[in-house]
Design a protein around this ligand. Structure first.
Ligand SMILES: [Zn+2]
Length: 172
């Protein structure tokens, strides 16, 4: 009787290689975290008073936003000297985005397309935010803009997100 030799078929051979772990989760991922004393003050001023505030270094007098406990230049304690920033400014530079992006904090998709701008506030501070204008033909550097806040108190509490966008001044 002839012996039958077992043949190993490729299908029966275990595949070698990295073992992947797949984790499924549902977006959005809402969670609470402490903003800390300094950033917390910025968030509170936005929510309670619709104000943009930064803290000022006692030595170099530079205003920081996001606020910081220690001046990164002078390495000194910033103390508790808060300055309200103006809510009007001039578009210094903008980017018209058509690439879909997720909000890293809430996992929701940002409106698309939209214009993200560096705005030189009227005290010379540069602030990044969205522009209301979505027609790229109408966007231009040097546009005069003002902050438009979320009116509903309960919807505020997201710091910079409490401002919906900056709107062109004089355009209704
Ligand atoms: Zn300083």
């Amino acid at each position: 009787m002839a012996k039958k030799k077992m043949k190993e078929t490729p299908e029966k051979t275990p595949k070698q290689g990295p073992e992947y772990i797949r984790i499924k989760f549902n977006q959005p991922r809402r969670y609470d975290w402490s903003t800390g004393r300094y950033l917390g003050h910025f968030y509170a001023e936005a929510k309670e008073n619709k104000k943009i505030v930064g803290n000022r270094c006692p030595k170099c007098k530079k205003i920081f936003l996001p606020p910081t406990p220690v001046c990164p230049k002078c390495k000194v304690d910033m103390g508790w000297d808060w300055k309200e920033l103006p809510q009007t400014g001039t578009v210094f530079q903008y980017t018209y985005l058509v690439f879909p992006l997720w909000d890293p904090h809430y996992g929701e998709r940002w409106a698309n397309p939209y214009a993200s701008a560096i705005i030189e506030l009227d005290n010379g501070f540069f602030y990044r935010h969205f522009l209301e204008e979505q027609d790229k033909e109408k966007l231009k550097e040097g546009m005069r803009v003002k902050a438009v806040w979320k009116e509903d108190y309960n919807e505020r509490g997201q710091g910079p997100g409490d401002i919906l966008y900056f709107k062109e001044i004089g355009k209704e």
